[in-house]
Design a protein around this ligand. Structure first.
Ligand SMILES: [Zn+2]
Length: 282
């Protein structure tokens, strides 16, 4: 019996596997612990978050990538009045944010810029970490009111303030580290691929709550700036209609437009329990 036991556990293959498993566990542990240690308090929300970039690094990264984003979407739109309108609506939202933060004794550490992209085919809006916000002409031209533009831009400002990109980057680092560890243990690529898929699922789940959080910011900022928050419901109808098969940032269908509308209605009810007041800008 003893002999059988020894034979079973000390075969060279078993020992090699044990060593690989040990290295993999150590790697996974290291990756996970360094992920856990990436804590930082969000300067706006006060929430503790796992991010691997400082606010200054986020701003620098956004500024560095700005021209690349503009180039990918056919440059800035040629109409200076349309560009100025996007900047003016963005500035109105920022002013509302500033008033809000001053009341809470906080300051906005980001460097926001609002860009209207010439791209008239890709319906999209997105933000780089640190405050570079973009909207394509294809989306801008679909929006019917200033309040709708404010809702979209406010949503993107929200992604910046909640540091969603920085969180996503930290999560990607975790996923890559864990996938590497799984590859070491299994010695095969498919195990690593499975780990990567699991990682993607995690990211997608976070994506959904990120979108809802950004919607909440959009409603909050638009309302503070004097826009009727119900404009955001109109945005969802437009996105639903023009959405099609692709999933650009703002169309991100994880929460389906119908579900998002329900959520938005809930947030509006929280902000205005007695109904939305009259006289807000549409
Ligand atoms: Zn979004």
């Amino acid at each position: 019996m003893v002999q059988y036991y020894d034979q079973g556990t000390s075969s060279p293959r078993w020992r090699a596997f044990k060593i690989r498993l040990f290295i993999a566990l150590a790697l996974a542990m290291f990756t996970f612990v360094s992920y856990l240690m990436k804590g930082d308090r969000n300067p706006i929300t006060g929430e503790r978050q796992r991010v691997s970039l400082t606010v200054d690094q986020e701003i620098a990264l956004g500024l560095e990538s700005r021209s690349e984003m503009v180039a990918q979407h056919g440059g800035l739109h040629s109409d200076p009045r349309a560009r100025a309108e996007v900047q003016r609506i963005g500035a109105r939202l920022l002013k509302a944010l500033e008033t809000d933060l001053t009341r809470e004794g906080k300051a906005d550490p980001y460097k926001f810029d609002f860009h209207l992209l010439a791209d008239d085919r890709t319906v999209n809006a997105f933000a780089l970490p640190g405050g570079q916000v973009f909207i394509t002409y294809a989306l801008f031209s679909q929006l019917q009111t200033e309040g709708q533009v404010a809702g979209v831009i406010g949503h993107e400002i929200g992604h910046v303030l909640s540091r969603h990109s920085a969180q996503r980057i930290a999560k990607m680092e975790l996923t890559q580290g864990l996938a590497g560890a799984a590859g070491v243990a299994g010695g095969t690529r498919s195990t690593a691929e499975i780990a990567a898929m699991v990682g993607n699922l995690i990211n997608m789940k976070y994506g959904r709550s990120d979108e809802l959080e950004a919607d909440k910011w959009g409603i909050r900022l638009a309302t503070q700036a004097g826009y009727d928050p119900r404009a955001m419901l109109g945005v969802m109808d437009i996105l639903d209609r023009v959405g099609g098969g692709n999933q650009p940032e703002i169309l991100s269908t994880h929460p389906k437009p119908a579900n998002r509308k329900e959520y938005i209605e809930g947030v509006i009810k929280d902000v205005f329990p007695k109904g939305v007041p009259e006289g807000l800008d549409e």
